[in-house]
Design a protein around this ligand. Structure first.
Ligand SMILES: NC(=O)c1ccc[n+]([C@@H]2O[C@H](COP(=O)([O-])OP(=O)(O)OC[C@H]3O[C@@H](n4cnc5c(N)ncnc54)[C@H](OP(=O)(O)O)[C@@H]3O)[C@@H](O)[C@H]2O)c1
Length: 385
C-alpha cells in the first residue's frame, strides 16, 4: 500500500461506489455490478457504472466522465474500481487497455475476478504496463456487491453452459397472464410505460424465447421498436418452441422488420421428424433475414427438454436470454430450475384467464427483490436462487 493513500478512506469510497453500482443489478446480470471513480486530492471527482448488459464498463464510464468534466491527467491521482478490470474481449474491449491508454498511473481495486480463468490477469496486465496496483480485498467484496455473479462464475454453473435466463411476464391482479376477453383485446395487460420498458429490455438481451402458444394467440413480432431501437444494428435473436411447426405463414414474426424496427435471426425448434415440406414452407414464407428450423432433445412426445434447448442456444452465442412466453413454458422453465431472474408486471386488471404462476412464486427463493412502480403497474425484479 502506498503511504499517501488512506486505506480507510479508500474502502469507504469503494463501498460507496459499490452501493451505487448495485442499483443496476437487474440490468447487468449475469455481469457483476461495478462502480469506478477518479480520485483527485482525496475526493472522487468523476464516477462511472456498468449500467446494462452489453453497455460500457464502469472504468470507461468514469474516464469519460473525467474527460467531460475536463479533469487534467496530472490531477487524476488514481482510478478506484470495485472489481478487477477485465483484460479480455467480451461485449466490449478490455478495460485494462483503456486505463493504460488514459495514462493513469495508479489503480485501486476492491475485489479480484472470481473466475479462475481470468483472476489476477487484469492486475498483471496493468502492472506489466507500469501502472501501480493497490489491492483492497475487503473494499467491495463480491458476496455483497454481486452474489449473482458468484453463482454465475461458480464451477457448477460454468460447467452447465446455458444462458442467464430472465423470465418476464405481465399479470392481472389475480396473477393470471391472460386478461378477461373484454380487456386489451384479451391480450394486453401492460400499460404504455411498461411496454416501452420491455422494448429496452429486449434491446439488452441476446435472444428472446417464446412458445407456440404465444405465437398462435398473440401473433407477436418480438422485435425492438421505438427509441430503444436507435443505435442497434441488429435486434435480439427470436426463438420459438414449436414442436409441430404450427406457426402460420402469415405470422408477423416472419415479416421483414420495418425501418425503425430491429429483429434478429429467427430460430424455430421443431420435432426431429418434422415434415421437411412443412419446414420449407415456413422458411419460404419468411421475409425476415435469417430463419432456421432446428431441433433439440424431447423430454416427452410433445415437449422439448428445456435444458437441451438452452445449451443449444449457448452454443449459438446466447448468454442473456429473455423469456416472453405464456404460463406453460414459464412454468416448465421454473420446474426445471432454469430461471435466474424475474421481472413481473402486475396491472390493475381484475380477473383473467388461465393458470397463474402464484404457486411457484409462493415457494420460490427470490433474492435482492426490488418492488417499484411503472405507470399504473407494479413491477417486481428479483434473482431466483
Ligand atoms: N401476460 C404475459 O406476459 C403473456 C406473455 C406471453 C403469452 N401470454 C398469453 O399466454 C397464452 C398462451 O399460453 P401458453 O402457455 O399456451 O403459451 P406458451 O407457454 O408461450 O407456449 C406453450 C407451448 O410451447 C410449446 N413447448 C415446447 N416445449 C415445451 C416445454 N418443454 N414446456 C412448455 N411448452 C413447450 C408447446 O407447444 P407445441 O407442442 O406446439 O410445441 C406448448 O403448448 C396466450 O393467451 C398469451 O396471450 C401472456
Amino acid at each position: 500500500m502506498t503511504l499517501d493513500l488512506d486505506p480507510g478512506l479508500l474502502e469507504a469510497q469503494l463501498r460507496e461506489l459499490a452501493l451505487e453500482a448495485r442499483a443496476h443489478r437487474f440490468e447487468v446480470a449475469p455481469n457483476p455490478c461495478v462502480g469506478a471513480g477518479i480520485l483527485s486530492g482525496g475526493r472522487l471527482v468523476a464516477r462511472g457504472f456498468h449500467e446494462h448488459w452489453g453497455g460500457a464498463h464502469a472504468e470507461l464510464q468514469a474516464l469519460r466522465e473525467a474527460d467531460r468534466l475536463g479533469i487534467p491527467l496530472a490531477e487524476r491521482d488514481a482510478l478506484l474500481v470495485t472489481l478487477e478490470p477485465c483484460s479480455s474481449f467480451g461485449k466490449t474491449p478490455p478495460c485494462t487497455e483503456a486505463v493504460i491508454e488514459a495514462g493513469l498511473r495508479r489503480v485501486v481495486v476492491g475485489a479480484t475476478d472470481p473466475d479462475p480463468r481470468h483472476r489476477g490477469q487484469g492486475l498483471e496486465r496493468l502492472r506489466g504496463a507500469g501502472v501501480e496496483v493497490v489491492e483492497l480485498p475487503t473494499g467491495s467484496p463480491l458476496e455483497q456487491t454481486s452474489p449473482h455473479f458468484l453463482r454465475w462464475t461458480s464451477p457448477a454453473r460454468t460447467r452447465s453452459r446455458r444462458p442467464w435466463v430472465v423470465a418476464k411476464w405481465a399479470q392481472t391482479m389475480t396473477g393470471q397472464l391472460v386478461p378477461p376477453p373484454e380487456v386489451g383485446e384479451g391480450r394486453w395487460i401492460s400499460g404504455p410505460e411498461a411496454l416501452e420498458e420491455v422494448q429496452v429490455l429486449r434491446s439488452r438481451v441476446d435472444a428472446i424465447l417464446t412458445g407456440s402458444g404465444t405465437v398462435l394467440a398473440d401473433d407477436p413480432r418480438l422485435t425492438v421498436r421505438g427509441p430503444a431501437a436507435a443505435g442497434l444494428t441488429e435486434g435480439p435473436g427470436r426463438v420459438v418452441l414449436d414442436t409441430d411447426l404450427r406457426t402460420p405463414p402469415e405470422a408477423k414474426l416472419l415479416r421483414a422488420p420495418g425501418p425503425d424496427e430491429r429483429g434478429g435471426p429467427l430460430l424455430f425448434f421443431a420435432r426431429t421428424d418434422i415434415d421437411p415440406v412443412r419446414a420449407r414452407r415456413l422458411v419460404e414464407a419468411s421475409e425476415a433475414p435469417g430463419i432456421e428450423v432446428t431441433t433439440a432433445r424431447m423430454a416427452d412426445r410433445t415437449h422439448f427438454d428445456l435444458r437441451d434447448v438452452l445449451e443449444r442456444l449457448w452454443e449459438r452465442g446466447v448468454r442473456r436470454l429473455m423469456v416472453e412466453a405464456g404460463p406453460s413454458l414459464l412454468q416448465a422453465l421454473f420446474d426445471a430450475g432454469l430461471v435466474d431472474q424475474v421481472r413481473i408486471y402486475t396491472g390493475s386488471v381484475r380477473g383473467g384467464e388461465g393458470p397463474t404462476l402464484g404457486p411457484w412464486l409462493a415457494q420460490a427463493r427470490l433474492e435482492q427483490r426490488m418492488d417499484s412502480e411503472v405507470g399504473t403497474m407494479a413491477r417486481l425484479d428479483a434473482f431466483v436462487s
